[in-house]
Design a protein around this ligand. Sequence first.
Ligand code: GLU
Length: 416
Amino acid sequence: MELSAFEVVKKQIDVVSEEMGLDPNLTKYLKRVERALIVTIPIKMDDGSLEIFEGYRVHHSTVRGPGKGGIRYSPEVNLDEVKALATWMTWKCSLLNLPLGGAKGGVCVDPRKLNKNELERLTRRYTSEIINIIGPDIDIPAPDVNTNAQVMAWIMDTYSMNKGRSVPGVVTGKPIEIGGSVGREPATGMGLYFVLEAMCEKLNLEMNSHTIVIQGFGNVGGTIADLLYKEGCKVMAVSDISGGLYYFEGLEIDKLLEWTKEGNDLKDYKDERYELITNDELLSIECNVLIPAALENQITRKNANSIKCEIILEGANGPVTPEADKILFDKGIHVVPDILANGGGVCVSYFEYVQDIRAYFWELDRINKELKKIILSAFEEVYKVSRERNISLRTAAYIIAVSRIAKAIEWRGIFP
Ligand code: GLU
């Protein structure tokens, strides 16, 4: 039986605790979340019916600063998944050495079934329900799967109306006109790009001659596909929820992006050279770099043996399970872990938060320079530890992230 996302998290904590020789009390402490709020969201639909949705907001750790992490809208969201995602945010912020903790939220809903007005009501009611545990110095949400700048604007407005003043710092990933940051939207893809470039340098690989396969074509998958396509790489396959497209000579990513931006599914794109494939088939295509940029638990012990690539760059959170990790490590595949590879998003979220607090905004050049500096310094640290100890990049990244948290817990002590 496959493990649930939070069971995967606990397993990862065990692996790293053993490698580090961590105090068992700390291991126990790290496996629990600080708080988890479950809310129900009643919404009057436009046809007059009433629908009830369930939502969550979880703080895994605020020991190093306010909670930080996205909100996702998906029919698959549940408390277990949100707890896992919140924990990964703790490690991610710690690895990048940002003064933030880990949090995550979600609403169990298929947003494709709601119109814009219903989506706005859902977002505003969800915000009202979690209002006491979010705020610039408590927990700062951001976009995630199926949420975007518009959703963040509704959250910011609902929070502000309740407080009686505008509070732009309550969320990041907002539209620029209301305190958002330039460079935030493509930030996760940019981060992936910087990390891949650094990884290729270590392995003596030419980046622009690569063949690439990407699962997911949303904000993260779409941006990295675009950047690599412009770099001259052959992006042989991409997919969205409807399925995937494959062409061994390389897909025309610019045209596909135009197509999906208009709200179309990839499977309906017409080009006779392109073959329609499933998401499972996509994962076993032979390529240099495989980028899972959709959901967690995609590469498991069942399909890990059929993966044929040199590098896996984790655009999604938790796409590879611990059992699959072992198989991939033995096969000599370099897995660049989520908490490092996709850290660009939260990094620029941090810049947005700082800009909001100061009410002083930076230029794109500064954003990208500082992002590159932070993510590459984390990469160098991770790479060094993985070489020194002959361990996977994931375990190395976890050792660094968990050590910082453990130190913070030690200094603060356990209350009371
Ligand atoms: N949802 C993104 C992530 O998983 C961004 C979170 C943020 O910016 O707070 O890293």
